[in-house]
Design a binder for this molecule. Structure first.
Ligand SMILES: Nc1nc2c(c(=O)[nH]1)N[C@H]1C(S)=C(S)[C@@H](COP(=O)(O)O)O[C@H]1N2
Ligand SMILES: [Mo]
Length: 390
């Protein structure tokens, strides 16, 4: 049932080819002789890196392609960062499988490998973090479904749960009771999503072994999904029939949006829709402005679920939306770079904003259009930036 068809094998081959071409293309974000025009909207003391350990934001002013370096790739998690001895590491596959597995890294490396350029952001990323909870890199590993195939998916299995090695105390509220329970980080996807060609168990980033903050020695990569789905320090894959209702699946990670009526809290005509955090909502952001002489280039990125893009447009001050150019080296699940040529702008302050539209007609919303979302996750609002031309 989970056999890989010839067409999909070809497609994975193409992904690899796509990457090779990518490496050959001179990165247009950094044309020679150009300099950066500083943004005036960053606080003077802004440093990417975030406060407190062990969190790190990526400074999008330094975006230069599809391979954010391992010591620059953004980092966030809820508990500790477990250090796992690679030689002692075993991935368990349990639950509704024909043959429970315990796989070493060497066992995994014997399976057919795969490589994919994947960009993702934390669902809590937004303009407040200068969009720095996002990155893109080339991941190497094995397709998740190769491992599921090896275990043999039982006939009743519907849900695939991923547990990290990291754990901590969580409040679990049940009616009048609250229990403080020590639990592992866990997330799930449906069997249907788990057995698509792209999900990957990855051990390398840009060709180097994952670092501890990135989830060494093995993490899940769910291309097109928000960061939270990409479980780090993966210890166990558990197959079950029923839905998984863990803290990071249905409590801490969800959106609440008012549909219909006035959107006031107690309006009986407004329906409050609560949904899980799964695939990335279409977002673009202006990240850099580059200049040579009086010629300027606005450079930015798009993140989404892999749906083909129809357009990215840029608007300067109150002017019309203008088409930006998408980089030919973009791939389905990479972040998608765009540039807009801005000739001879007038001196003084300017506001720049971008807007992405996909082939299914989704348009990146304004902050105003997102106001009916109560919770702050999945903030894909347009992100106006400020610069001054001297
Ligand atoms: N085991 C584990 N995996 C995890 C998390 C976690 O707390 N524990 N946090 C998730 C969240 S919320 C995000 S945004 C991404 C961040 O991945 P990165 O640190 O490699 O950027 O990891 C995800 N995977
Ligand atoms: Mo996240």
């Amino acid at each position: 049932m989970l056999g890989i068809t010839r067409r999909e094998t070809l497609r994975q081959g193409l992904n690899l080819a796509g990457f090779l071409t990518l490496a050959d293309v001179a990165l247009p974000a950094l044309a020679q002789g150009e300099t950066d025009v500083p943004f005036t909207d960053y606080p003077a003391n802004f440093t990417a890196g975030g406060t407190g350990s062990p969190r790190r934001t990526f400074d999008i002013r330094t975006i230069d392609g599809y391979s954010v370096a391992k010591d620059k790739f953004f980092v966030t998690q809820h508990f500790n960062q477990p250090e796992i001895e690679a030689n002692a590491y075993r991935l368990k596959v349990t639950g509704m499988v024909n043959k429970p597995l315990e796989l070493s890294l060497a066992d995994l490396r014997k399976l057919r490998g795969t490589e994919l350029v994947v960009g993702f952001e934390c669902s809590g990323n937004s303009g407040r973090a200068f969009q720095g909870l996002s990155s893109c890199a080339r991941f190497t590993g094995v397709p998740l479904r190769e491992v599921l195939n090896q275990a043999g998916v039982g006939p009743k299995a519907r849900e695939v749960v991923f547990f990290g090695t990291d754990r901590g105390d969580l409040d679990v509220a049940f009616r009048q009771q609250t229990y403080k329970l020590n639990q592992q980080f866990g997330r799930s996807v449906t069997l249907e999503n788990a057995t698509k060609p792209e999900p990957m168990l990855a051990w390398a980033l840009n060709g180097d072994p994952l670092t501890v903050p990135q989830g060494a020695p093995l993490r899940l990569i769910m291309p097109g999904w928000y960061g939270v789905a990409n479980v780090k320090w993966l210890s166990e894959i558990h197959l079950q029939e029923d839905r998984y209702l863990g803290n990071f699946q249905v409590r801490w990670y969800r959106s609440v949006v008012g549909v219909g009526g006035t959107g006031e809290d107690k309006d009986p005509d407004t329906q409050w829709i609560e949904t899980e955090i799964t695939r990335m909502h279409l977002k673009s952001a202006v990240a850099r402005v580059r200049k040579t002489g009086n010629s300027y280039r606005i450079v930015g990125f798009v993140l989404n679920d892999g749906t083909p893009l129809k357009s990215v447009e840029v608007r300067i001050d109150d002017g019309p939306w203008q088409m930006a150019t998408l980089d030919p080296a973009n791939t389905k699940f990479s972040w998608k770079l765009f540039t807009y040529k801005w000739e001879s702008p007038s001196p003084g302050p300017h506001t720049l904003v971008s807007r992405a539209t996909d082939a299914e007609g989704n348009v990146q919303p304004t902050a105003d259009e997102l106001k009916r979302k109560k919770t702050f996750l999945e903030d894909n609002a347009q992100f106006p930036r400020k610069i001054t031309i001297s």
